[in-house]
Design a protein around this ligand. Structure first.
Ligand code: SF4
Ligand SMILES: [Zn+2]
Ligand SMILES: [Zn+2]
Length: 309
């Protein structure tokens, strides 16, 4: 009978992960997962000087795994979950319900930011604009901007996001293909605050794969949304992820090796020659930006024009 490669127990469900030798049981997986996240947080000094931390939660498996693992590993740090209700029909309210239930059951503070009520538009409003072909890009600008603003206004020391290893390697791969050096330099586990209104960003799950996060939420009975956003159609991204997973099947630990060589060898050299543009305050909203007007004000100004017509 098959047995767990760590504790030797048999007779219970065992799981296979491409980056681990042999099979692993539920308890050993949870121990392995939490230890790996803890080591990552310590190694990159993500929580140095941090007492209050904002956790961006969409309701999906990665961000719910993040909320669960941080609450278990760092009980002395004050967590505040931040959820943005994007106003996407048949999707956003489901996400909000999951996040609310999790926060309630685990007694964790939660901020719900409903963009329809507070900003006067929703993400699907952009589908009526020329942005229809790049909804996820626009949604990313909205979420990044609002998450930072909420974290700043709530005086949080850091904002944690659920970026996983698969996302990171896919972004790296895309940036290399495009030769986007500025983006390549920014791919790292911690982005320090370089402006008083820019909150430090940390990615505690950057070394965990999508599959590990899914297994963690499943084995710890952590609720997460199953419904897919109707705008999720980025087939190029999915193709790149599929290709990367095929490489992982052939080359053991490919994702981790690729990420590590970027972080240890390439990023430090590039960061010496690529000067990050200085931040100033947006002329419209006062939040940090590299241009006169930030991307958020730029895209939402087009929305106002449409609404006013
Ligand atoms: S799939 Fe795209 S539009 Fe939908 S929530 Fe995710 S980033 Fe936003
Ligand atoms: Zn075991
Ligand atoms: Zn602005």
């Amino acid at each position: 009978m098959a047995e767990c490669s760590r504790c030797g127990r048999s007779g219970e469900a065992l799981y296979k992960l491409t980056n681990l030798p042999g099979l692993i049981c539920k308890d050993c997986f949870i121990t392995y997962y939490e230890k790996k996240v803890k080591n990552c947080v310590i190694k990159y000094e993500m929580l140095r000087g941090v007492k209050n931390i904002g956790v961006a939660v969409s309701g999906g498996k990665d961000s719910m795994a993040l909320a669960r693992v941080l609450s278990r590993l760092f009980p002395d740090i004050h967590l505040k979950l931040i959820h943005i209700n994007l106003g996407i029909p048949s999707y956003s309210n489901e996400c909000q319900k999951i996040v609310e239930k999790f926060a309630d059951e685990n007694s964790i503070d939660l901020i719900i930011y409903n963009i329809r009520e507070l900003e006067g538009y929703s993400i699907d409003s952009f589908s009526k604009l020329p942005y229809v072909k790049r909804m996820c890009g626009v949604c990313g600008i909205v979420k990044r901007y609002l998450m930072n603003k909420i974290a700043y206004e709530n005086r949080l020391d850091a904002l944690a996001t659920g970026h996983n290893l698969d996302d990171t390697v896919e972004t790296l791969f895309k940036s290399y293909l495009k030769g986007d050096i500025e983006e390549i330099v920014r791919i790292r586990p911690l982005l320090p605050s370089t402006h008083p209104k820019l909150v430090k960003k940390i990615k505690p799950l950057i070394e965990m794969t999508e599959r590990e996060n899914l297994l963690y939420v499943t084995l710890t009975n952590t609720m997460h949304v199953d419904v897919k956003c109707p705008f999720f159609k980025d087939s190029r991204m999915m193709k790149r992820k599929k290709l990367i997973s095929m490489l992982e099947e052939e080359i053991k630990n490919f994702k981790y090796i690729f990420f590590k060589s970027h972080l240890k060898k390439i990023q430090p050299v590039l960061s010496k020659v690529i000067v990050e543009p200085a931040l100033r305050e947006c002329k419209v909203c006062g939040m940090p930006t590299i241009k006169d007007v930030c991307s958020y004000c730029k895209i939402t100004s087009k929305m106002v024009t449409v609404v006013e017509r």
